[in-house]
Unconditional design. Structure first.
Length: 155
């Protein structure tokens, strides 16, 4: 990206005229993995400073490699990070299972509600049909069933 041989660049937000930094913690980090990879292969231990170790950890913390990675980095913070990643993955799976169960419950309740409404309407139509056949006036059938006059006439 910058073609200067550096794998890490840190940019601070400064005022253009005064050079005053907006905030010490407000900055942009750019990492160039290909440059970092070349430099890390040249180093004796294969890992650069703390940020480099974190980059190395994040790019290699997968499955069966994790134990070897922890031995290679040999710092407790990476074990803690791996534990957090593992815990987060388990929490994601549990959350997904919970969401699926909740979704299932909502779908079942929706079907029950829809079925209830359809069943109620069917029952009102059946009652209206019987009342109409018995000769009850349309106005009374409308009041008892709540069905519209057009719907009652079609029965």
């Amino acid at each position: 990206m910058f073609n200067d041989g550096n794998w890490l660049h840190i940019f601070h937000c400064r005022d253009k005229e005064t050079g005053r930094i907006l905030h010490e913690d407000l900055c942009i980090f750019t990492v160039e993995p290909p440059v970092w990879q070349k430099l890390s292969q040249k180093e004796n231990e294969g890992i650069l400073e703390v940020l480099g170790k974190w980059l190395y950890f994040l790019t290699h913390a997968k499955g069966a490699q994790s134990e070897m990675l922890l031995n290679q980095l040999n710092e407790p913070m990476f074990q803690e990070a791996l534990d957090m990643i593992t815990g987060f993955t388990k929490e994601q799976k549990l959350r997904h299972a919970y969401d699926m169960r909740e979704n299932h419950e909502r779908i079942v309740q929706s079907y029950i509600h829809t079925g209830f409404l359809e069943g109620t309407q069917t029952a009102y139509r059946d009652i209206a049909r019987k009342l109409k056949a018995a000769g009850m006036p349309m106005e009374q059938i409308f009041q008892l069933t709540g069905l519209g006059a057009d719907e009652i006439e079609k029965l």
